[in-house]
Ligand binder design. Sequence first.
Ligand SMILES: Cc1ncc(COP(=O)(O)O)c(C=O)c1O
Ligand SMILES: N[C@H](C=O)CCC(=O)O
Length: 431
Amino acid sequence: MLETSKELFERAKQSIPGGVNSPARAFNSVGGSPVFMEKAEGSILTDVDGKEYIDYVGSWGPMILGHAYEPVIEAVQETAAKSTSFGAPTELEVKMAELVKRMVPGVDKIRMVNSGTEACMSAIRVARGYTGRDKVIKFQGNYHGHGDSFLINAGSGALTLGTPSSPGVTEGTANDTLTADYNDLNSVKQLLNEFEDEVAAIIVEPVAGNMGCIPPQKGFLSGLRELCNGHDVVLIFDEVMTGFRVAQGGAQQRYGVTADLVTYGKIIGAGLPVGAFGGKEEIMQVVSPDGPVYQAGTLSGNPLAMIAGYTLLSELHENPVHYDELEEKTTYLYTGLSEVFTDYDVPVHLNRVGSMLGFFFTEEEVVNFETANTTDQELFKAFFHAMLKNGIYLPPSPFESLFLANSLTKEMLDQTLDAAGASIEQALNKI
Ligand SMILES: Cc1ncc(COP(=O)(O)O)c(C=O)c1O
Ligand SMILES: N[C@H](C=O)CCC(=O)O
């Protein structure tokens, strides 16, 4: 198994740091060789050795309707024939911005960028420019990309690799990032009181997806909204994962809380490199060229990325039944997995929001980084590899969320549950 992947990984390590172009792919927290992929269709991935897997990563979120979704592929091919980039405005960018505004609450203006990282970096610069303040509050275990300000107590690959606060970030930048505990409003209040009139923004994953999947507790997001109102702080929802996934209007719609600025990535580009930040007119008017906060990009609003995202978002907008189907499928998997783990007497805590799902091998209720960190990582590793062998592709870390696609069929979900039973038995025998 994985012969060609192993060969490619050895070759890759000679020319690419760690053999990968993003650390989350490196399998560092589970060990072994990453699987090199050849192609994918719907929810089936095929690796370079021809082995097939049912996919629960979905390119870390964008593939909400499955891989190689035909309308997206056709639209990209047609658009590419007219040039892959102009460096001048196109109607597509206008249509995209208008569509996002129709789908999402609270967005008066939106600027396209090329990744979730860029979106979050730009959003805090805008918040700083708007408020004239320097400090930003983030939450332990939340991940907002690899911008310097965010690599303090970060989640995702940074957490997996044991460097949640990265070398290379200057002390000055680190001092401007304050860390609070997820789902703990008191920790936020304390920081706001201690740094009165110094905090520009609070940035939060409205559903945490980079320390496994952790939902916001009742009152957490609305509490942040009230605190921001009370202290004149810009509330930023990082909806790179949740945008267009947990509801058409993202977490803002699902929880009925409107942020001042919102960031997007993943689904908004349907698998092409896109990010975006947007929000209230009053704040967005500081963005260049309207205002003094500089923000730019040679390839921003790229026609291929725009048509891919526009085609996918249009389908989600016109057929919201996708969301009902995704809820049903994810609930089915959630319930089935709970039963499997209970049958084998494995202490487990499962979290689900829409089509995001996380399981933690722990008896604790998982509500923040500290409780997520109680998960049995050895058991996760053994289970992950058994699942892989049994044809199920899970995120290769206990600190990542599963993303379900609507291309999953009932047969695939049943196959996954059968594999989970066999895999947990194999994992328990191994450790
Ligand atoms: C919530 C969140 N914000 C920001 C990012 C950064 O996005 P990107 O990897 O596209 O730079 C990610 C994922 O990587 C994410 O999950
Ligand atoms: N958790 C990250 C994004 O959601 C994983 C993707 C990456 O950083 O490569």
